[in-house]
Design a protein around this ligand. Structure first.
Ligand SMILES: NC(=O)N[C@H]1NC(=O)NC1=O
Ligand SMILES: [Zn+2]
Ligand SMILES: [Zn+2]
Length: 478
């Protein structure tokens, strides 16, 4: 019941399979959840011996890995939850998610609360799910508390340099983050940082008319917030160089929006050998402030969407490798919290819902920019796997987990009432868009968890917990 396809040993064939050696026409042999052989064209397969799933001209890629998902369970399962979130993932071709430590209640900041997460996820996962632990001022200076959290399997830590919007996830400053680095270095696990530091500004009162404009919200969170945060992080990252006091640690900047000076700071730090990486999200590549309708709070996120010029520069930075990979930052909330009726950008929940759509969104833009499928796969599978040290995932190679998305990049669809969204709440700023790339089937460790609108009858995704043996192999992202 975990799979819509009854076999555990089978062949999967198509004319377009994305492998580390490029696109091939060929066949992948799957046995007990693993990839056991790959042959080009018909090769020397045992086609008469094993059942074959022939996907013809559809693309087979490694399943997508989203290292930045807010599933919000336990405690706020009415915002999303493991069941709906992982069903949406499966329908979107994502086979691994890494859940953020906040918006759930309690937040994942101790060994015990991580255990509660894993417990809450039991029998609800349609894809595999790992967990980031949270770094807050309460645990940052307590290395034994951090050690416990990492020993319990947190894949790394996440913190905020500005208020997170959630009272039980207080913000950290650079000293808190600095204190965590020696512990992270020992475990060779990364810290992910929401990189905005509030800058002094005049207290201002806004009329509702002003509050209905995205530009009003944008002006409250200028690019200087991102620049200030990243400049502090770059300073800390200088300790991560070979021979530095935090060698082995790694600082990751989540959801970069500013493609100006903030990006330049990141580029310079990388040149200097600092272990620093950066992601951006499909919404920063899709939307710009010039095009957001007044009052449409579905577009509210933090950091904010910026200018069209900024958006284009962000695309270029992704294409030329200055931005390492993509993540969703899927952060849904109940519609009431989006204050859609008032359209109040200052009061609404900041968070964009997009998980199920990230592959078609990315591909629709990539296609226009001439970016090939292999590169999409790098942004969404191989690089995120490397970053999170998921050694069994991220590419179609012998020995790896048989995690695949089968999809048709040439077919388009409209995000309208006829399109089935599996998120708990259906509101998303992509409603009304026409997107290319229809997901046909998704496989998690050889199990067909999704096929043409249907999910497997039982959820057989697994929690992913980091183990100390994996660390000995080490984290070599950059
Ligand atoms: N708490 C939370 O999920 N915040 C997220 N939402 C968003 O738009 N940016 C974030 O960091
Ligand atoms: Zn964030
Ligand atoms: Zn987030």
């Amino acid at each position: 019941t975990c799979s819509l396809h009854p076999e555990t040993k089978f062949l999967i064939h198509s004319k377009r399979i994305v492998t580390p050696n490029g696109m091939i026409a060929g066949t992948v042999e799957v046995s007990e959840g693993k990839i056991v052989s790959i042959s080009v064209n018909d090769g020397d397969l045992n086609a008469d011996l094993l059942p074959i799933l022939d996907f013809e001209n559809c693309v087979i890629m490694p399943g997508l890995i989203d290292v930045h998902t807010h599933l919000n369970e336990p405690g706020r399962a009415d915002w999303e939850g493991f069941d709906t979130g992982t069903r949406a993932a499966a329908a979107g071709g994502l086979t691994t998610l890494i859940d953020m430590p906040l918006n759930s209640y309690p937040t994942t900041v101790t060994k015990e609360t991580l255990e509660m997460k894993v417990q809450a996820a039991r029998n609800k996962l349609y894809v595999d799910v790992g967990f980031w632990g949270g770094l807050t001022p309460d645990n940052a200076h307590n290395s034994s508390a951090l050690t416990e959290l990492l020993d319990a399997g947190a894949l790394g830590l996440k913190s905020f340099m500005c208020p997170s919007g959630i009272n039980d996830f207080p913000m950290t400053d650079e000293n808190d983050i600095k204190a965590s680095l020696p512990v992270l270095a020992m475990y060779k696990r990364p810290i992910l940082v929401h990189s905005e530091v509030p800058q002094p500004s005049e207290e201002q009162e806004f009329s509702l008319e002003q509050r209905r404009k995205y530009s009003t919200y944008l002006n409250t969170r200028p690019a200087t917030w991102e620049r200030e945060a990243v400049s502090k992080l770059v300073n800390l990252a200088s300790d991560t160089i070979v021979g530095g006091s935090a060698e082995g640690a790694h600082i990751h900047i989540v959801h970069l929006s500013d493609s100006g000076e903030t990006l330049n700071l990141i580029k310079e730090a990388k040149v200097r050998g600092f272990k620093l990486s950066v992601e951006t999200c499909p919404h920063y590549l899709s939307f710009s402030v010039e095009n957001i309708p007044d009052g449409d709070t579905r577009f509210k996120c933090a950091p904010p969407l910026r200018s069209e010029e900024n958006r284009k520069k962000l695309w270029n930075a992704l294409i030329n490798g200055d931005i390492d990979f993509l993540s969703s930052d899927h952060s849904p909330a109940p519609p009431e919290l989006k204050l859609l009726e008032a359209g109040d950008f200052l009061g609404a929940w900041g968070g964009i819902s997009s998980l199920q759509l990230v592959l078609p969104i990315t591909w629709t833009h990539a296609k226009e920019n001439g970016v090939p499928l292999e590169v999409i796969s790098k942004w969404w599978s191989s690089m995120p796997a490397k970053f999170a040290n998921l050694q069994n995932k991220g590419s179609i190679e012998v020995g790896k987990d048989a995690d695949f998305v089968v999809w048709d990049p040439e077919t388009s669809f409209d995000v309208n009432e006829d399109f089935q969204i599996f998120h708990k709440h259906k509101i998303t700023p992509y409603s009304g868009s026409r997107l290319f790339g229809r997901v046909i089937a998704t496989f998690v460790r050889g199990q067909m968890v999704y096929h043409e609108g249907h999910h497997a009858l039982s959820p057989c995704g697994r929690p992913i917990l980091a183990s100390v043996t994996e660390n000995s192999v080490g984290h070599h992202f950059i």
